[in-house]
Design a binder for this molecule. Structure first.
Ligand SMILES: CC(C)(COP(=O)(O)OP(=O)(O)OC[C@H]1O[C@@H](n2cnc3c(N)ncnc32)[C@H](O)[C@@H]1OP(=O)(O)O)[C@@H](O)C(=O)NCCC(=O)NCCS
Length: 384
């Protein structure tokens, strides 16, 4: 058996990779990874799709796609890991982990401070090997039916025909970027994501001007309301019409990010009693500890609320030390050990920064417990 890799997927490998990953994660489905996650398998991202070949055929794959993000005043680069798979005959030989590690090395080369993925609890262990830690859920969910359509008032906006979504993209982009949350989606990526199979983007117009939008998908990988932004009353109108048009037995899942957005405020006002936990299996990997703290500085400074304190953390896996010195007027990030010091593994530090997952409880010491967690919900539309 001739094994090659881990290395980048080439355009010639792409069909074999998609066949492989569909045969593992799209069994019995009409959906395929290449249209479910179109940005991941484009030529310009293939360097970030790592594969292992056996006798010339892909047998293991771990893709990621880089994003720039702007969230709560912080700018950082994130690598989203896309569905991962090893052919059943080739499992347990380390190929999955080798692919994951090449992806992480590539993120480090490109200055991507953080990586994220969503998976099921049984595979947490696999990703733990790559330094990913499951964290607390970054959102909640509502499951509604036609019966609840009347809870949402119809304020009379016009809903643009679904075929017009591309025409309204510039306005959709503006509405989205006005929210405090999100990956920085350029127009090209936005056009691809709003064209996903089984997805409809409803755009509410007032005087012919888009004032809100809501993306609703009937796919298996992104079911329900995956994203919404804009004017609260117009969002209410869209929800009313969406629910009123569903079949009696049908349920509509709504993802609500752990963040103060117009959509979350509207849902709180109309149906807070229906809020439920959203079990999403988010795992983060802090690729660059000082880099992440530097990126989070604006938020950390606000959280410290004028307190003066200094502490340091050593990440025991790499022996890397980062210090944080909060003064009244600024936060200084350094690399010297301080009197107040914590030794933490990469996994424990991830639990501190993003909040611990119930399957791996972790109680951070002060002042870490008061400063964190940093909620970093990522729109379902952007997930890959
Ligand atoms: C998860 C998967 C990609 C791992 O591939 P692999 O090539 O067999 O993994 P490796 O041989 O590199 O395993 C590395 C480590 O992870 C562990 N591991 C592997 N697969 C695992 C799984 N499904 N669940 C938990 N741990 C797993 C291995 O035991 C090994 O740890 P060990 O050395 O302590 O025993 C493969 O099992 C698979 O394709 N599963 C189905 C698809 C899936 O669940 N993908 C992930 C979600 S998108």
């Amino acid at each position: 058996m001739h094994i090659e890799g881990p290395e980048a997927c080439t355009p010639e490998d792409r069909d074999g990779v998609v066949t492989l990953i569909d045969s593992i994660l799209r069994i019995g489905s009409q959906q395929t990874m290449v249209t479910d996650y179109p940005l991941v398998y484009r030529n310009d991202n293939l360097e970030n799709v790592t594969i292992v070949r056996a006798n010339g055929k892909p047998v293991a794959v771990v893709p990621f796609i880089p994003w720039s993000t702007h969230h709560e005043g912080c700018e950082l680069r994130v690598g989203i890991i896309s569905p991962t798979g090893t052919h059943p005959n080739f499992r347990g030989h380390g190929f999955g982990l080798q692919c994951l590690n090449r992806g992480i090395a590539r993120m480090n080369e490109r200055g991507i401070e953080l990586s994220v993925l969503w998976t099921l609890v049984p595979t947490f262990r696999f990703y733990n090997h790559g330094g990913f830690q499951a964290v607390k859920d970054q959102g909640s969910c509502f499951t509604l039916t036609q019966n609840q359509a009347g809870w949402f008032q119809d304020h009379g906006e016009t809903i643009a025909p679904p075929g017009e979504v591309q025409k309204h993209l510039p306005a959709i982009q503006k509405l989205r970027h006005a929210e405090p949350i999100g990956l920085l989606r350029n127009d090209d990526r936005a056009a691809a994501l709003h064209s996903l199979p089984l997805l409809t983007t409803y755009v509410a117009l007032r005087d012919d001007q888009p004032v809100a939008y809501l993306a609703y998908s009937q796919s298996s990988n992104k079911p329900g309301v995956t994203e919404a932004a804009g004017d609260q009353l117009a969002l209410e109108t869209i929800m009313h019409r969406l629910l009123a048009a569903t079949e009696t037995e049908e349920t509509v899942e709504i993802f609500c990010p752990l963040c103060d957005t117009n959509f979350s405020r509207m849902l709180d006002r109309v149906c807070h009693s229906e809020r439920e936990p959203f079990v999403e299996g988010t795992m983060f990997r802090i690729n660059n500890v000082p880099g992440l703290f530097r990126s989070l500085s604006p938020w950390l400074y606000r959280r410290a609320a004028g307190q003066t304190m200094t502490f340091s953390i050593t990440v025991t896996d790499t022996n890397e030390t980062v210090s944080l010195e909060f003064n009244h007027d600024r936060l200084t990030i350094g690399d010297q050990r301080q009197k107040t010091h914590f030794d933490l593994s990469r996994l424990d530090l991830t639990s501190v920064v993003f909040g611990a997952h119930p399957c791996r409880p972790f109680n951070p010491p002060e002042p870490l417990a008061s400063l964190f967690p940093y909620h970093f919900p990522i729109s379902i539309l952007d997930r890959s």
